[in-house]
Structure formats: structure tokens, C-alpha cells
Design a protein around this ligand. Structure first.
Ligand code: CP
Length: 298
């Protein structure tokens, strides 16, 4: 694997290898040393979890990390992203973690720039967020490893969610028994890759083993796609009442950032059934596995 761009480009055995290696890192405190590698973080969209997680993952593997300040970079003078990357590559940087609003940008850059460098997609618009999907798989596998028996519900603004897109591919690759995409009609996906779509929270959550709750991605909504937040909370919020539809041992997950008391009540987000912080913890180990898999391919 030269670049890490989309879950749909990974085979089942590549997904399983990344899971195995991420668990190895989680359970062994001795890490390999890759001190001759440098990672550049290029985040054109805001991030807390993903950027820090890749930085920590690289540090644990003894890699150097450069967080490029895009407000003061030469792109403000009109330089193309591809020229910025070529410039950084000429200084010896080989791994680039990129988040951008433009869908497909990382794929385009990979085609332009070839295989001398490694590109990692840390989110492209509403299209894909593959490292989030991988850390979500890891978190589910840790608790409920038999994917072919699981019913999983993803609740929220599915149409604008790169996490929901990548998860559909991930769950299809691992043969999840049932995936339900629960959303008000206005945010339902046009053509889901995998899963049944419903606007009924009760139906979607019925007997679910895992519920993944999404933030409303306000920054991606058109004017006619806005809905009243109180109404949304009443109809789709995860509350003490609505999680009763799911199994008693349901795992509650959320990629973050969470909007408390909008898509999820505080007492659910902070409950023992919530795996939101476990997802963040696992993200570091999964990103170590992703970084290592790219340099192993050299
Ligand atoms: N889940 C996620 O991508 O969070 P950040 O936007 O904080 O990176």
C-alpha cells in the first residue's frame, strides 16, 4: 500500500492486517524506530483528534512531525498544493497527512505525484475519512469481534458525512450482518454503498449492537437543508429513552466532535456504554499501523 486514501481500496486482508498491527501496538509498549522518516501534517480544515492523533502516532514510531502552518505558508501567495508537497518532499519529507474540503483531492494528488511519497487522507469534504473508519472497526472489534452477527446503526446527517461513507465500505468489507442508516429524509444519502436507509429511529435502533451517532455537519449544509435543532434532538437524539430500543449492552460511539444535547445527551455520552474516548485512544494505535504499513511497502 503506497497511499492510504479510501477504505474501498483496501482488501479484507489489508483491513485485518491493520487491525492486528494496531492491537499489537496497543498491547506492547516496545515500538519500532523509524527515526529517518518525517511526516507533514497539512490540515486545510479544522481538526483536533485526527491531527493530534497522527502526530502522536508518528512520535511513538520515532518519526519527526512538521505541522505546516497553512495560514503563513506559500499557498497564500498562490502556490499549488502539489507544488507545496513537492517542495516539502525535496527537503526529505515522505509522508503527508492531508485534510481538505475538496472531495477527491488526495486521490488527484496521488495520481499527479506518484509513488515516491506517501499520502494519507485525513478527510476530504464529505467523501471519505478512512483512518476514522479503521479506528471505529478496531473499537468495535475489541468488544464485539464477530462482525457477521452484528446489527450496527449510524444515526444523523448521513448525506454529508465522510465518516458514514467510509464506514459503509468498512462494514461491507467485513461482512457486517446488518447496517441501518438512520436519518431525517433531508439528510438521507442518494445512493448508499451498503446498508438500509430509514427515517425511523425506533426501527433503526431496534436490537442494535452498536449505535454510531454523527454530528450535524452545519458547515456542509445548504440553506434548504437546515433543520431545527430542538426538533432534531426530539426525533433523532440519543437519550436515555431512545437507547432503550437497542440491545441492553449496546455500544454507543461518535467520531467527534460531539455536540452535547443535540445529537447525543450528556448522560449518554458520559455513560459506561459510551466508547467515544476509547475510539480516540484506539485512533493513535491505528494511525501507527497505517503509517507503518506505508513505509513497509517501500
Ligand atoms: N473525528 C474527527 O475527524 O475529529 P477532528 O475533526 O477533531 O479531527
Amino acid at each position: 500500500m503506497n497511499h492510504f486514501l479510501e477504505i474501498s481500496q483496501l482488501s479484507r486482508s489489508q483491513v485485518n492486517s491493520l487491525l492486528e498491527r494496531a492491537f499489537f501496538f496497543k498491547h506492547n509498549l516496545q515500538y519500532p524506530t523509524y527515526s529517518h522518516y518525517t511526516v507533514a501534517n497539512l490540515f486545510y480544515e479544522n481538526s483536533t483528534r485526527t491531527r493530534v492523533s497522527f502526530e502522536l502516532a508518528a512520535n511513538k514510531l520515532s518519526m519527526r512531525v512538521i505541522n505546516v502552518n497553512l495560514q503563513t505558508s506559500s499557498e497564500t501567495k498562490g502556490e499549488l498544493i502539489s507544488d507545496t508537497i513537492k517542495t516539502l518532499a525535496a527537503m526529505g519529507i515522505t509522508l503527508f497527512v492531508i485534510r481538505h474540503t475538496q472531495e477527491g483531492l488526495q486521490q488527484e494528488l496521488a495520481m499527479q505525484l506518484g509513488n515516491q511519497i506517501h499520502l494519507i487522507n485525513a478527510g476530504d469534504g464529505k467523501h471519505a475519512h478512512p483512518s476514522q473508519a479503521m479506528l471505529d472497526l478496531m473499537t468495535i472489534f475489541e468488544e464485539k469481534p464477530n462482525f457477521s452477527q452484528l446489527k450496527i446503526a449510524i444515526v444523523g446527517n448521513i448525506r454529508h458525512s465522510r465518516v458514514a461513507n467510509s464506514l459503509q465500505h468498512a462494514f461491507s468489507t467485513l461482512n457486517v450482518r446488518e447496517l441501518v442508516l438512520v436519518s431525517p429524509k433531508i439528510w438521507q444519502p442518494h445512493s448508499p454503498h451498503f446498508g438500509q436507509v430509514t427515517d425511523s429511529l425506533e426501527k433503526g435502533l431496534a436490537d442494535a449492537d452498536v449505535v454510531i451517532c454523527l454530528r450535524i455537519q452545519h458547515e456542509r449544509l445548504l440553506k434548504n437543508e437546515q433543520i431545527d435543532l430542538l426538533k432534531y434532538h426530539n426525533e433523532y437524539g440519543l437519550t436515555q429513552k431512545t437507547i432503550q430500543y437497542a440491545k441492553t449492552d449496546v455500544m454507543i460511539m461518535h467520531p467527534g466532535p460531539i455536540n452535547r444535547n443535540v445529537e447525543i445527551d450528556s448522560d449518554i455520552a458520559d455513560s459506561p456504554q459510551s466508547f467515544i474516548l476509547r475510539q480516540v485512544t484506539n485512533g493513535v494505535f491505528m494511525r501507527m499501523a497505517i503509517l507503518e504499513s506505508l513505509i513497509d511497502s517501500e
